[in-house]
Design a protein around this ligand. Structure first.
Ligand SMILES: Nc1nc2c(c(=O)[nH]1)N[C@H]1C(S)=C(S)[C@@H](COP(=O)(O)OP(=O)(O)OC[C@H]3O[C@@H](n4cnc5c(=O)[nH]c(N)nc54)[C@H](O)[C@@H]3O)O[C@H]1N2
Ligand SMILES: Nc1nc2c(c(=O)[nH]1)N[C@H]1C(S)=C(S)[C@@H](COP(=O)(O)OP(=O)(O)OC[C@H]3O[C@@H](n4cnc5c(=O)[nH]c(N)nc54)[C@H](O)[C@@H]3O)O[C@H]1N2
Ligand code: SF4
Ligand SMILES: [Mo]
Length: 694
């Protein structure tokens, strides 16, 4: 039997067909506009049965043994009662705000993000925290402050595409197919990436930018476009504010002045500005290469402004503003006491830029535990995240989570974070639960993520865990739903859509409205001025740059740049492998043994100078700590720079990249710290390489 659903093994949310016989998942295939033989295939999806039925899955709730020597299995009743008792204890002893709920990337940002928010708000804690300050929410925030919501590139029908810090061939296959299609049909492809990725190799122009300097490139392009009168004067006059101020600020970043500092030439910058502004329609795909740098907010704003400046906003083949589904906000934020202050209170614009994103500066969790600022946290529930491996400055993060009085982890697998937990609740995989996913709530069409098999072992879907906790905490009315379907129907009522409708339309999902373009002609942009804001008075009033980079770039974007005498090599945390998602899936043999292991990419010239050969074990250090990885010689990086494999911390803590990164300095608006680019030092280790097992 073939069942339509959505894959959530990574954040791409690919629509897929799952093949199920007698209640068992046999395999799954991505759906696509391309003919089956042209589709990109995903190693994780191909391994779906191995992941779902992995012997490493957590299938029973676990509680820490009284003597601290590991865990013992238990039933849901005892596990949930322990969690409920801890919630009550900490509320009584320290107030409800002393309990936080930390969400990672997995399990989706749609309804599964709304549910814990609802629970925590009913409980009285403002501290449901996501990890969006380093993932794409900081960019969403920047788009939203520029033109009201995050624009979606329509690369497939673009004639010019800029891929800016994104590597869709490894991270978002649907988007990659769109790029390939457009290129085959004559589009010009520009890739801006410090690393020569597979996509960069096929690009018409590849800008090997210095990491973290993208904002200055965007400002130089803005300047170039305005100087040459390539901007869309009619759109600017009617639909934007602050053009003159943007012109003035951009003029401080002429191509010839900034180029060298960006590792580029002025001619390269001019050429890319010309192509983007004159070949229409043009789309910009911005990605996680911009995130994970302190400057992400202003960088992304500057990039967003390019779209508006050239009139590519909300046009077919340009970057299109979403048509969100009218869903009910079920977060119950109104229940919080008026004076409830979240631990992320230093980032109030970020906390409030959208109705549902809430608090996304996860570093504040660590501050609140260790420094008790703005007040102490005593208990954290970690759901679908692995902060000990994925958060910057892993040593400090470890100290924080070890200090907690109560740690609860909801996960499918044992992780470094889980090892510290008092209670672990086993979650079902995306194939075992029905969900309303992010893309469905934030844009239409709506495509349902369907449970295609029953939960494996005694795992529970995330929704069921949250609802049951809610009921046991006394919020029976708020969590009266007994099924995911009931909750989804309630949330989608304003749209007039039910789960039954979605299932009936399984194949293509359900589109509520035909795609509409140039919506700004009839409705204002969702900004305070109703226009695209090249200058934001909201930001200026709060003391931030009204125009991006108005006050300069600030500190060097690269961590530890001030210590480059001792740490002379530029390290880029990168390389997301199609086989893995962040810290996940290294327990799956089919994925682990299928390709490259945990490697540091070193340019052959550097390797020759340092006597390093392919396969040598290399120690990599920063002022924060040291790790070990196996050398791979590669011209994807330039001399003086290395690229480090990411996400291996559960597999081998000695390779845990975030032992090298810092969370000491954060961007003032989005709270983002730089965990992407840092100065480091390499040393060949004389021990035998463990490359084979990695
Ligand atoms: N297979 C797989 N898929 C995934 C994930 C995964 O781990 N594995 N993770 C999911 C998640 S959580 C996310 S957020 C997305 C991320 O997916 P992407 O947005 O594609 O992010 P990355 O692949 O991390 O980085 C994209 C590119 O940015 C480049 N880059 C690094 N620093 C800079 C810089 O300073 N400037 C510029 N211009 N480029 C830079 C990198 O070299 C890389 O080629 O992928 C999702 N999908
Ligand atoms: N140095 C460095 N640091 C980074 C990054 C980087 O590129 N370099 N990337 C950053 C980015 S963009 C992100 S998004 C974060 C990711 O940070 P995390 O979200 O912490 O990373 P994951 O490894 O994806 O952890 C997800 C956990 O959820 C579990 N899980 C999977 N599916 C489900 C489910 O359905 N329910 C539940 N309850 N659990 C589930 C997995 O087993 C895994 O343990 O890391 C960030 N940190
Ligand atoms: S890229 Fe692969 S893992 Fe990610 S959602 Fe699509 S099929 Fe699933
Ligand atoms: Mo992410």
């Amino acid at each position: 039997m073939i069942i339509d659903t959505v894959c959530r093994f990574c954040s791409s949310c690919c629509p897929i067909e799952a093949e199920v016989e007698e209640g068992r998942l046999l395999g799954a295939r991505r759906k696509s506009f391309l003919d089956p033989d042209k589709r990109l295939s995903c190693a994780k999806l191909a391994a779906a049965p191995e992941i779902v039925y992995s012997p490493a899955r957590l299938t029973k709730p676990l509680v820490k043994k009284e003597d601290g020597s590991g865990f013992r299995e238990t039933g849901w009743d005892e596990a949930l009662e322990r969690v409920v008792a801890a919630f009550r204890h900490h509320r009584q002893a320290s107030g409800p705000q002393s309990v936080a709920w930390l969400r990672g990337m997995a399990a989706d940002w749609g309804a599964p993000w709304d549910y814990p928010n609802r629970l925590m708000h009913a409980f009285g804690s403002p501290n449901t925290i996501g990890n969006g300050s380093i993932c794409f929410v900081a960019r969403d925030f920047a788009h939203t402050y520029t033109y009201g919501s995050m624009a979606f590139p329509e690369a497939k029908s673009a004639k010019c595409i800029i891929v800016w810090g994104k590597n869709d061939g490894n991270t978002a296959l649907g988007a990659a197919e769109g790029i390939h299609w457009a290129k085959e049909h004559g589009a010009t492809l520009i890739v801006i990436d410090p690393v020569r990725t597979a996509l960069a190799r096929t690009a018409d122009i590849w800008l090997q930018i210095k990491p973290g300097y993208d904002g200055l490139l965007a400002m130089a392009m803005i300047n170039e476009i305005i100087q040459n009168n390539w901007h869309d004067t009619e759109f600017i006059a009617k639909y934007t504010v602050g053009f003159e101020r943007l012109r003035e600020v951009a003029a401080r970043y002429p191509a010839e002045r900034v180029a060298e500092n960006l590792w580029l030439t002025a001619d390269q910058i001019r050429e890319v500005a010309r192509l983007y502004a004159t070949v229409k329609p043009a789309a910009i795909i911005d990605g996680n290469g911009l995130d994970m740098h302190r400057e992400v907010f202003d960088t992304t704003r500057a990039v967003a402004m390019l779209r508006a400046l050239t009139g590519n906003l909300d046009k077919p083949g340009g970057d299109v503003l979403p048509q969100p589904v009218p869903a009910r906000n079920i977060q119950l934020r109104e229940r919080l006491a008026a004076d409830a202050v979240p631990i992320t209170c230093d980032y109030s614009l970020f906390n409030t830029f959208s109705e549902t994103w809430g608090n996304q500066v996860q570093g504040c969790v660590v501050d609140a535990i260790l420094e008790e600022k703005p007040y102490p946290l005593k208990m954290v529930v970690v759901q679908s995240g692995n902060p000990l491996v994925t958060m910057a400055d892993a040593t400090r993060t470890h100290a924080a989570f070890a200090k907690l009085e109560t740690l609860v982890v909801i996960d499918m697998f044992m992780t470094e974070t889980g090892k510290l937990a008092d209670v672990i609740l086993p979650a079902s995989s995306c194939f075992e639960k029905t969900q309303l996913n992010r893309s469905s709530i934030r844009n239409n069409p709506i495509i349902l993520q369907n449970a295609v098999i029953d939960p494996v072992g005694d795992s529970w879907p995330d929704w069921k865990i949250v609802f049951e906790l809610g009921r046991r905490l006394g919020y029976g009315e708020e969590f009266a739903w007994q099924t995911a379907e009931e909750a989804i129907d309630f949330q989608l009522e304003p749209a007039g859509v039910t789960v039954a409708d979605l299932r009936a339309n399984g194949k293509a999902g359900l589109r509520l409205e035909a795609a509409m373009y140039e919506k700004y002609r009839d409705q204002p942009f969702k900004t305070p001025s109703g226009k695209v804001e090249f200058f934001s008075s909201r930001l200026a009033e709060a003391g931030f740059a009204g125009v991006p980079f108005e006050f300069g770039l600030g500190d060097d974007p690269i961590s530890f740049a001030d210590q480059s005498d001792e740490y002379p090599v530029l390290g880029v945390s990168g390389s997301r492998d199609i086989r893995f998602t962040n810290s996940q899936f290294r327990t799956i043999p089919a994925l682990l043994h299928g390709g490259v292991g945990c490697v540091v990419d070193i340019h052959p010239d550097d390797a020759a100078r340092q006597g390093v050969a392919e396969g040598d074990l290399i120690g990599i250090s920063t002022p924060k700590g040291s790790i070990e990885m196996t050398a791979r010689l590669s011209t994807a990086v330039r001399p003086g720079m290395v690229r480090l494999a990411w996400g291996w911390g559960d597999f081998d803590p000695r390779a845990s990249l975030n032992r090298l990164t810092e969370d000491d300095k954060r961007g003032p608006v989005s709270g983002t710290s730089t965990s992407r680019s840092f100065m480091c030092r390499l040393q060949k280790l004389e021990r035998a390489s463990v490359a084979k097992s990695r």
